[in-house]
Write a protein that binds this ligand. Structure first.
Ligand SMILES: *Cc1c(COP(=O)(O)O)cnc(C)c1O
Length: 812
C-alpha cells in the first residue's frame, strides 16, 4: 500500500486536501481521523474485492455467523495493525505533528452488543479473516447501540448511544442488495392438481432490509471478509397517487417510524430475555433478511439444492437467530418448491448452534400467540417440526409422556427456542468444558440422551491481536524480543516463554512493563475521573456486566470488610490496593443498579478518608466498553472472576487478563477451570464452592445464609452497615434490598457462603504480591499459557468439527 513513511505522508496530505479540503495545519484531529480512515478504506476495498473473487473462483464454502450482537469496539487501530501499517503510520503521523493514538480516540466504539456474547462474535470475525476462512457476520445495524452510562449522585444513568451521529466510516450501504421482510397477515392454503398444498400469504406488512457491509480485515494475509449489518427501512409504496400521499402523510410518518423501530435499538439486557414483541420482530428481521441473502448467493452458483450444505454453513450465536430453521424451511418449500424431507435435510445439515448459558431467565421462549400473529407461516412450520419431532420421540420412548412433554418445542403455550435450535441443527456446542458437561449431564440431559452425537464443546477464546498486540504494545515487543515473532500468527507458541522462567532480567522487564502500563492508566484515570491512584498499589479489577451471578457484591463486601479492619486498627499493615470496577446494569435490573450504587458509595466513603485512602481506594469507571477494557486490562495485576460456580458459561474477560499477565482470583467456573488446568495451582487463586456443590444446594437445599450471618461476626457487621446507621448507609434505606437478598431471601448466589474463603484468597494475593520476583513468574506463566485461549484456536475447532471448512490459500 505505502512503500514507506514518505509515501504515506504524501497520500495522507493529498487525501486531506481532496476529500476534506484541509491541510495538516488546518485539520482538526477529527478531520485527520477521517482522512486516515478513508486511506485505509481505499486499500481495504481492493482486498475486499479480491477476497470475494477468490472465494467465488474457489467455490469456497461460506460460513454465516448470525448474531444479534457484535461488540466490535473501534476499528481503526485494529485494521492498521492487521494491515501491518501500525508503526509506519504512527511514525509518519508523528512527523506531521499528529498522534495516532489521539486519532484513534476520535472513533466511537461500535457498541452493537451487551457484553461477552457480542464481543465473542467480534473476536470470531477477526480470527476467521486472520485464518483465511470464508466466514462472515450477519447482524443488526442498530441506530442506538449499548447505552452510554453515566454515574450521577452515585447511581447509573443511561443515555442513548447515538453512535451514528458521527458517521460510521467503515460501513458501505448496499441498497441494490436490499430484501423484503414480511410480518403479520394471513395464510391460505390451496391444493394443486397433484394434491400438493401451496400457501398464499396476504395482508402482511412489508419492510425493506438494507444491508450495510463492514470489512473485516485479516492479519497480514490480504483477506477481507464481511460483517453485514441489516437496517430496517420502510418501503415506499409508489402506487399511491399524490392525493393519497398527501392525505396519508401523517399516517405514513407514523408507519415509517413503526417500521424503522425494528432496527432502532439494541435491547440492553445481558443474559435476560423479556419476551417483548419488538425483540421478536428484530430477531426475525435479521433471520429473514440473512437467509434470503444467503440463498441468493447460493443460487448464483447454479448448483443443485442437494449441495447447499457443502456450500453454506449458518451458525447461530445463542438462540436469538433460531428462526433461521423455520425460515430456511419456508423458503425452500414455499419459494423453491422442495418437499419437507429434502428441505429438512438441508436445514439440519447447514445449521449449527452455540448455547451460551444455563440461566433460566436467559432461555428464550415466545408465546405461541405472539409468534402465530407476527409470523403466521413460520409458526405453521414450527408447529409441524414439533409435531414430527414428538412423533419420532413417541416411537423411541413409547408411553413416556413426561419425557416427550419435556422435550417438545411447543409446550405450555410457548415456543422454546433452545429446543428448536437443537432439533433443527446438526451441532450444539457449549462454550467451556465445564459448561458443556453441565449441558450434557443436567440442563439438556434428555436432549443429550436423544442426540448424543450433536453435542460438543468449543471453549471460547479472544483475539490476541486486539487484546495483546494492539492493547499492549510494550509487552508485545518484549515477547517478540524473547521468542521471536512467530507467536503472532501462532499464539500457541507463547508457551515458549516458559523457557524464560528463570531469566531474572526478563521477569524484571515484565514488571517494568506492567508498571509503565499502570502509570499510563493512572494518568488516564486522573484526567477522566479526577481521582489519584497509586501505581505502586495492586491494581485489582472487576470489569464485566453487572449481574447477580457475577457477584460484584462479593468484591464490594470484601472491600467494606477491609475498611472495617483498617478503621478498627489504623496501624494495620496491608498491601495497598486499588479496586477498579466497570459494569453496566440492564436498565430494568433493580438489584444490579443497587450494587452499582453501593460500589460508588463505598468509593465515596473510602477515597475521602485519609485514615484508609493511602491503603485502599475504589474506582468505579463509568461506561465500561471495549475501548475502556483495552486501556485497563494491560494495567491489571489481579483479575476478579468470582461468579457463583456453574453460572458463568465461560467468561472471556478472564482470558484477556491472563494474556496480559494478570493473575486470576476466581471460582472454579467456566473457563477459569481450564485456565487453572493450564497454569497450575501455584499461578491462580481459586476459592469457593465447586459447581457440584452449588448445584447440589440448588437441588437439595441445606444452605442457610441467615445462619452464616448470625455466626460470622465479619459478615454480620458488614451487612448491618447496609441497613443500620453507618458511613455506607448514612442512615438511609438505599441498600435494604441488598441486605434482604443476602439474608432474608437466602442469598441465591452464595455470596456469604464464599465470603470467608474469598478473604483468604485475597490475603494470599497480598502476601504473594510483595514477593515481586515470584509474582512476576506467575505473571509470566499466565502469559505463556494464554495462547490456548486465542480465538484462533477456537475458530480452528469450529472450522474443523462443525463447519467443515478449510483455509482459502493463495490470497497472499
Ligand atoms: C470481554 C468483554 C466482556 C465479557 O467479559 P466477561 O468478564 O467475560 O463477562 C464484556 N464487555 C466487554 C466490553 C468486553 O470487552
Amino acid at each position: 500500500m505505502f512503500s514507506d513513511k514518505k509515501d504515506f505522508q504524501e497520500a495522507f496530505k493529498k487525501k486531506l486536501k481532496t476529500q476534506f479540503g484541509k491541510t495538516v495545519d488546518t485539520a482538526t484531529e477529527y478531520d485527520a481521523y477521517r482522512t486516515l480512515g478513508a486511506l485505509v478504506q481505499d486499500h481495504v476495498n481492493e482486498n475486499w474485492l479480491k477476497t470475494r473473487q477468490e472465494y467465488q473462483a474457489k467455490k469456497a464454502k461460506q460460513v454465516y455467523y448470525f448474531s444479534m450482537e457484535f461488540l466490535m469496539g473501534r476499528l481503526l487501530g485494529n485494521n492498521l495493525l492487521n494491515m501491518q501499517l501500525l508503526s509506519l503510520v504512527d511514525e509518519g503521523l508523528e512527523e506531521l505533528g499528529l498522534s495516532l493514538s489521539a486519532l484513534e480516540e476520535k472513533e466511537k466504539d461500535a457498541g452493537l452488543g451487551n457484553g461477552g456474547l457480542g464481543r465473542l462474535a467480534a473476536c470470531f470475525l477477526d480470527s476467521l479473516a486472520s485464518l483465511q476462512l470464508a466466514g462472515h457476520g450477519y447482524g443488526m445495524r442498530y441506530k442506538y447501540g449499548m447505552f452510554d452510562q453515566q454515574i450521577i449522585d452515585g447511581k447509573q444513568v443511561e443515555l442513548p448511544d447515538d453512535w451514528l451521529s458521527q458517521q460510521f466510516i467503515w460501513e458501505v450501504r448496499r441498497p441494490e442488495e436490499a430484501l423484503e421482510v414480511r410480518f403479520g397477515g394471513h395464510i391460505s392454503a390451496t391444493e394443486n392438481d397433484n394434491g400438493d398444498l401451496t400457501f398464499n400469504y396476504y395482508g402482511y406488512e412489508q419492510i425493506q432490509a438494507v444491508p450495510y457491509d463492514v470489512p473485516v480485515v485479516g492479519y497480514n494475509n490480504d483477506t477481507v471478509n464481511t460483517l453485514r449489518l441489516w437496517s430496517a427501512e420502510p418501503t415506499v409504496d409508489d402506487t399511491l397517487t399524490k392525493a393519497e400521499v398527501e392525505s396519508h402523510y401523517g399516517h405514513f410518518l407514523d408507519h415509517k417510524r413503526s417500521l424503522e423501530a425494528i432496527s432502532e435499538f439494541l435491547y440492553p439486557d445481558d443474559s435476560n430475555e423479556e419476551g417483548k414483541r419488538l425483540r421478536l420482530k428484530q430477531e426475525y428481521f435479521l433471520v429473514s433478511a440473512g437467509v434470503q441473502s444467503v440463498i441468493r448467493s447460493f443460487e448464483e452458483l447454479n448448483l443443485p439444492w442437494s449441495q447447499f450444505s457443502d456450500q453454506v454453513a449458518m451458525h447461530i450465536n445463542d438462540t436469538h437467530p433460531a428462526l433461521i430453521i423455520p425460515e430456511l424451511m419456508r423458503i425452500l418449500m414455499d419459494d423453491k418448491g422442495l418437499g419437507w424431507e429434502e428441505a429438512w435435510e438441508i436445514t439440519q445439515s447447514s445449521v449449527s448452534y452455540t448455547n451460551h448459558t444455563t440461566l433460566v431467565e436467559a432461555l428464550e421462549s415466545w408465546p405461541v400467540d405472539m409468534v402465530r400473529n407476527l409470523l403466521p407461516r413460520v409458526f405453521m412450520i414450527i408447529d409441524e417440526i414439533n409435531e414430527r419431532f414428538c412423533q419420532s420421540l413417541w416411537k423411541a420412548y413409547p408411553g413416556e409422556f413426561d419425557r416427550i412433554a419435556d422435550l417438545a418445542i411447543v409446550a405450555d403455550g410457548q415456543v422454546k427456542m433452545a429446543h428448536l435450535s437443537i432439533v433443527g441443527s446438526h451441532s450444539v456446542n457449549g462454550v467451556a468444558k465445564l459448561h458443556t458437561e453441565i449441558l450434557k449431564k443436567r440442563e439438556m440431559k434428555r436432549f443429550y440422551d436423544t442426540f448424543p452425537e450433536r453435542f460438543n464443546n468449543k471453549t471460547n477464546g479472544i483475539t490476541h491481536r486486539r487484546w495483546l498486540l494492539h492493547a499492549n504494545p510494550s509487552l508485545t515487543s518484549a515477547i517478540t524480543e524473547a521468542i521471536g515473532s512467530d507467536w503472532k500468527e501462532d499464539p500457541k507458541q507463547l508457551q515458549r516463554l516458559m523457557e524464560k522462567k528463570d531469566d531474572l532480567a526478563f521477569l524484571d522487564q515484565l514488571h517494568d512493563i506492567k508498571q509503565e502500563n499502570k502509570r499510563n492508566f493512572a494518568d488516564w484515570v486522573y484526567q477522566t475521573q479526577n481521582i489519584v491512584v497509586d501505581p505502586n498499589s495492586i491494581f485489582d479489577v472487576q470489569i464485566k456486566r453487572l449481574h447477580g451471578y457475577k457477584r460484584q457484591l462479593l468484591n464490594a463486601l470484601h472491600i467494606m470488610h477491609l475498611y472495617n479492619e483498617l478503621k478498627s486498627d489504623p496501624t494495620l499493615e496491608i498491601v495497598p490496593r486499588t479496586f477498579f470496577f466497570g459494569a453496566k446494569a440492564a436498565s430494568g435490573y433493580h438489584f444490579a443498579k443497587k450494587v452499582i450504587q453501593l460500589i460508588n458509595r463505598i468509593a465515596h466513603v473510602i477515597n475521602k478518608d485519609p485514615e484508609v485512602n493511602d491503603k485502599i481506594k475504589v474506582v468505579f469507571l463509568p461506561n465500561y466498553s471495549v475501548s475502556v477494557a483495552e486501556k485497563i486490562i494491560p494495567a491489571t495485576n489481579v483479575s476478579e472472576q468470582i461468579s457463583t460456580a456453574s453460572k458463568e458459561a465461560s467468561g472471556t474477560g478472564n482470558m484477556k487478563f491472563m494474556m496480559n499477565g494478570a493473575l486470576t482470583v476466581g471460582t472454579m467456573d467456566g473457563a477459569n477451570v481450564e485456565i487453572h488446568d493450564f497454569v497450575g495451582d501455584d499461578h491462580i487463586y481459586t476459592f469457593g464452592l465447586s459447581s457440584e456443590e452449588v448445584l447440589e444446594y440448588y437441588r437439595s437445599g441445606g444452605y442457610s445464609s441467615r445462619e452464616l450471618y448470625e455466626q460470622d461476626d465479619r459478615i454480620r457487621h458488614t451487612l448491618d452497615q447496609l441497613i443500620h446507621y453507618s458511613p455506607f448507609s448514612k442512615g438511609e434505606t438505599d441498600f435494604q434490598d441488598i441486605y434482604d437478598a443476602l439474608v432474608t431471601h437466602n442469598d441465591e448466589y452464595f455470596v456469604l457462603k464464599d465470603f470467608a474463603d474469598y478473604i483468604l484468597a485475597q490475603k494470599k494475593v497480598s502476601q504473594d504480591y510483595q514477593r515481586t520476583r515470584q509474582w512476576n513468574l506467575k505473571s509470566l506463566v499466565n502469559i505463556a499459557q494464554s495462547g490456548a485461549f486465542s480465538s484462533d484456536r477456537t475458530i480452528q475447532e469450529y472450522a474443523r468439527d462443525i463447519w467443515q471448512i478449510d483455509r482459502v490459500q493463495s490470497l497472499k
